[in-house]
Write a protein that binds this ligand. Structure first.
Ligand SMILES: Nc1nc2c(c(=O)[nH]1)N[C@@H](CN(C=O)c1ccc(C(=O)N[C@@H](CCC(=O)O)C(=O)O)cc1)CN2
Length: 285
């Protein structure tokens, strides 16, 4: 019988720390405020946004939401980010990703104010992570997946980890963070041959494919640790991870559920970054 890694329990411990820090900031007259920028209505983004707004309300962080159509141009988006960068009432900016294909993501990632980049998407902030420096902002979903592994009691040293995603949002930052913890990492993607052979031979499998219930028990062994980062809708429109949880849970050592796993932790990591940004802002002023 596999154990479920309880993301909500991990998230609640982080939440208590955020509440204390927000109280301190507000006593000093600093109001932590998160700008949320969404392009279109992707179900994963809507789920993330719902979670963020609920948690911000719980910990007393203010939010400002900006929603635009998917067909917004790179130039228009840059202008919007420029306004948010200059808005002194805003501590941090979250732009949901992946962005629509026509948007120049590199240009956008370089357009966000380094001190408001609470999603750690600016190349200079990411470079720190790749160098093992976690003193600044941390990529939210990647850190959440790492926390799920570390809080499950697993020693990463020497373990083999298959990361099924190569984006700058999850796969690449996570691979670097796992390497810093002395794991041996294999990054898999749509062109990877014999994925099942890799997942079955890895101690830990982290999947962020965005395909509901894609992985059944045949991809794992009884000793597998499965970290499901995927968020999409199954054929009944229900929020689902990449893994068929009911088929897999009794055939692996540990697994994170969706919802209630990595997603719950991701939102807390984001708000930790917002508090960090507000603290930094308080120091800079
Ligand atoms: N700019 C970014 N965009 C996205 C990131 C990111 O790190 N930065 N990662 C994912 C986020 N995401 C998936 O699409 C996602 C993250 C968190 C949650 C969440 O909080 N889920 C909760 C509640 C779910 C519910 O009840 O609706 C949970 O799993 O318990 C959902 C989705 C993509 N975008």
């Amino acid at each position: 019988m596999g154990l479920t890694i309880d993301g909500k329990f991990i998230a609640n411990n982080i939440k208590k720390d955020i509440i204390k820090k927000v109280e301190y900031l507000r006593e000093k007259g600093n109001i932590p405020t998160l700008a949320i920028v969404r392009l279109g209505d992707n179900p994963g983004d809507i789920s993330y946004e719902k979670s963020i707004i609920k948690l911000c309300s719980d910990v007393n962080i203010d939010t400002k939401k900006f929603v635009f159509d998917n067909d917004i141009s790179t130039k228009e988006l840059q202008q919007i980010l420029g306004q948010l960068n200059e808005d002194t009432s805003i501590s941090g900016i979250l732009l949901f990703r992946p962005l629509p294909e026509h948007i120049d993501e590199n240009l956008i990632r370089n357009s966000i104010n380094l001190n408001k980049d609470v999603d750690c998407m600016h190349p200079l902030n990411l470079e720190k992570i790749f160098e093992g420096d976690y003193s600044g902002f941390t990529p939210c979903t990647s850190k959440a997946a790492l926390l799920a592994i570390l809080n499950s009691g697993i020693e990463l040293d020497g373990k083999t980890v298959a990361v099924i995603n190569r984006s700058m949002v999850v796969g690449k930052p996570l691979a670097m963070m796992l390497l810093s913890n002395n794991a041996t990492v294999t990054i898999c993607h749509s062109k990877t041959h014999d994925l099942r052979k890799i997942t079955k031979s890895s101690d830990i499998v982290v999947t962020a494919l965005g395909r509901a219930k894609y992985f059944n028990k045949d991809y794992f062994t009884n000793e597998s640790i499965v970290i499901d980062v995927g968020v999409s809708q199954d054929k009944n429109g229900k929020l689902s991870g990449d893994v068929d949880f009911e088929d897999v849970v009794n055939n692996v050592r540990m697994i994170t559920p969706v919802p209630g796993g990595v997603g719950s932790i991701t939102t807390c990591v984001l708000l930790e970054n917002v508090v960090k940004a507000c603290m930094k802002e308080a120091v800079l002023i």
